[in-house]
Design a binder for this molecule. Structure first.
Ligand code: COI
Length: 378
């Protein structure tokens, strides 16, 4: 049985695909008053989940099948399930935003879908079509629309993911996979809201090497960032920044965010995509918005030594991190084993906050969507 559709707001072929998702309503959905109170409390990132999840199953023999929206709940896994042993898994992160008129929108889902397909290829998982990716999100958000927050800085974080579900211990690509989307109402990613964070530049561990999986959004990359992240916290920093594995001299990215540097002359730099850096959707959106504002944005290899010297001399005035979860987060301090630098006065920079304001303005409908990045879901 499928739920009645919202008026047509995606393309008609996508609407057709959304109808293929069989909605199996939860009989233990949270009562409306409890749900609304929970959503309004801006829960800590990724701790509260909606009543349902979208799901599509794949086998090498039959392809993608059984599109459904089913009650959110535990997955039953055979102990031999491939993902538990060889980490054949990928994921995405995007958000649904409530606009002032009550409508619900998402931001550049096709870009996430394209990256998901690239990640799937690198992890030898099956390709899911862009249409299936977007339709699964629409089907879930429409079912759990009441969970999309209205408060400023809040949104419904969407986490599509795919894992190798075949039960076997041989090291070869799984012949079965599951694709799911779960949703979580969220406030700011960092506790304390939008305030500058401190970054520990790690020189002991690498995130990804040449030819590795650095550009893929796979769980293994994040697993390898956890120990350095613990080290960062031991040094009083919220996040870790990795250097390139080859020479240990160039800035790459943080544990789950891309990084930008603003120079005193108003130009902006970000590490170029060398194959070991995640091709952030927020990163590419920011490059476009800064370009629109007439700023020169250069993607290049940024030597840590140069950055530190430029922070000291005042030639670099702002550093910020970005990602779907973190949006745009100012970096106030860069520390490492041999240095500890406050960036400018340690406060949020003007360029950082302006691009943050514009990006969140587009996402939440306060600023015109001149690039056509928004897709209405409900
Ligand atoms: C995102 O920004 O959506 C991510 O997947 C990063 C993760 C650290 C939350």
């Amino acid at each position: 049985m499928s739920t009645p559709l919202a008026p047509q707001i995606l393309s008609s072929s996508l609407e057709d695909l959304v109808t293929l998702f069989d909605v199996r309503p939860s009989d233990s959905a949270l009562p409306a008053a409890e749900r609304d109170a929970l959503v309004a409390s801006s829960p800590k990132f990724g701790t509260v989940f909606t009543d349902h999840m979208a799901r599509v199953s794949w086998t090498a023999a039959d392809g993608w099948r059984d599109r459904r929206v089913e009650p959110y709940g535990p997955l039953q896994l055979d102990p031999a399930t491939a993902v538990l042993h060889y980490a054949q898994e990928i994921f995405e992160g995007l958000k649904a935003y409530r606009h002032a008129d009550g409508s619900v929108w998402t931001f550049r889902p096709e870009a996430n879908a394209d990256r998901f397909a690239r990640s799937a290829h690198r992890l030898a998982l099956p390709a899911l079509s862009v249409d299936d990716f977007v339709a699964s999100i629409a089907a879930l958000v429409r079912t759990d629309e009441a969970w999309v927050p209205t408060a400023e800085e809040s949104s419904l974080y969407l986490r599509p993911f795919m894992y190798a579900s075949e039960a076997f211990l041989g090291v070869r690509p799984s012949l079965e996979a599951e694709f799911l989307v779960i949703a979580s109402p969220v406030g700011a990613y960092f506790s304390g809201g939008v305030k500058p964070v401190s970054i520990w530049v790690d020189t002991q561990y690498s995130r990804a090497g040449a030819g590795g999986t650095g550009a893929a959004k796979c769980g293994g990359n994040y697993a390898s960032s956890l120990l350095p992240q613990v080290e960062a916290q031991k040094h009083g920093c919220e996040q870790v920044c990795f250097l390139d594995a080859g020479t240990g001299t160039f800035l790459e990215e943080l544990g789950g965010m891309n990084v930008f540097v603003v120079r005193a002359d108003g130009s902006v730099e970000t590490p170029e995509l060398t194959g070991s850096i995640l091709e952030g959707v927020t990163r590419s959106s920011i490059i476009a918005l800064l370009g629109d504002a007439g700023r020169t944005v250069t993607e290049r290899r940024i030597p840590l030594a140069d950055l530190l010297a430029d922070i000291e001399s005042g030639a670099v005035t702002e550093v910020f991190a970005c990602g779907t979860a973190a949006v745009v987060t100012p970096i106030g301090r860069l520390a490492g084993t041999a240095f500890d630098h406050t960036i400018a006065d340690g406060g949020p920079g003007a360029v950082t906050m302006a691009v943050r304001e514009e990006l969140t303005g587009i996402q939440t409908g306060r600023v015109a969507d001149r690039h056509g990045w928004l897709r209405r879901l409900a």
